[in-house]
Design a protein around this ligand. Structure first.
Ligand code: SAM
Length: 248
């Protein structure tokens, strides 16, 4: 589905530089200091769609900087409307810890510096079911190798999908790269809706239809030595220090 070119979208986005970033390369290596003007950790959702997940998380965790990425300006516009509306209904006006970024994930390494990101969320990424399109899957080794460079040394990737084939492909991709996985679930909401976790638009839709939601976390660095506990689900307990505060 092509969404570009709807009249006036670019102008609408250009009028909100405090929330929308159209030239993310300008902030490479300085998202925290230059855009958010703090030293808080950065969590990025790749392919945010209309932004429900990233907007809600940013409301819940003001001490974390959230960046929602999508390649379609119309979706960035919809996400910006949603984020502003959620502030009205939640009686919190600050958008200070949220950025909505127009970027093709193929260019992610031009927009973030090594070690700059604490958590990457991949929520309901396009499954690209045909074998000849495997390289386009956002968990293909070509992408994952870039993510691991951009992630903090104790960083994480958190994946949710309704696609069993993408999930299978992703687990193999992570395993082939020697990455440690934990909290693997083949039916995240199987024992009732996990209302303690923030849901995405697609998750709401698919779980409402009774479809299983697959989830896993990839853990880099020291964290992989910790025991696997319920509380380790970082959507609820985000705790990774920003790069500048990390110790060697
Ligand atoms: C199926 S939707 C999921 C949206 C949202 N994460 C959710 O769970 O509701 C996938 C999103 O990824 C975006 N996307 C796919 N490939 C992308 C790419 N290469 N760069 C940026 N965004 C991409 C699409 O535009 C779309 O909004």
């Amino acid at each position: 589905m092509r969404l570009r070119g709807v009249k006036g979208i670019r102008e609408a986005l250009e009028q909100q530089p405090e929330l929308v970033v159209l030239n993310p390369k300008d902030y490479k290596g300085s998202w925290a200091s230059k855009f958010f003007k703090n030293n808080n950790p950065i969590h990025v959702e790749l392919g945010m769609g209309k932004g429900q997940f990233i907007s809600e998380l940013s409301l819940l965790n003001p001490e974390i900087n959230y960046i929602g990425v999508d390649m379609y300006d119309e979706l960035i516009r919809k996400a910006s409307i949603k984020a502003r509306r959620s502030r009205e209904t939640n009686d919190q006006i600050s958008l200070a810890n949220l950025a909505l970024v127009l970027l093709n994930i193929e260019q992610i390494s031009e927009a973030f510096a090594e070690g700059e990101i604490a958590v990457i969320y991949l929520n309901f990424s396009d499954p690209w079911p045909k074998a000849r399109h495997a390289r386009r899957r956002l968990t293909h080794a070509g992408f994952v190798n870039q993510y691991t460079k951009l992630l903090h040394k104790d960083g994480q990737i958190q994946l949710k999908t309704d696609s069993m084939s993408l999930f299978e492909f992703s687990l193999n991709s992570f395993a082939d790269l020697g990455l440690r996985m934990r909290n693997i679930s083949l039916n995240l909401h199987g024992e009732g809706l996990r209302t303690d976790l923030v849901m995405t638009e697609y998750e709401t839709k698919f779980s409402g239809q009774g479809m299983p939601i697959y989830r896993c976390e990839v853990i880099l660095g020291e964290q992989k030595l910790q025991t696997n506990t319920e509380a380790s689900i970082a959507e609820e307990v985000p705790s990774i220090a920003p790069t500048a505060q990390s110790e060697g």
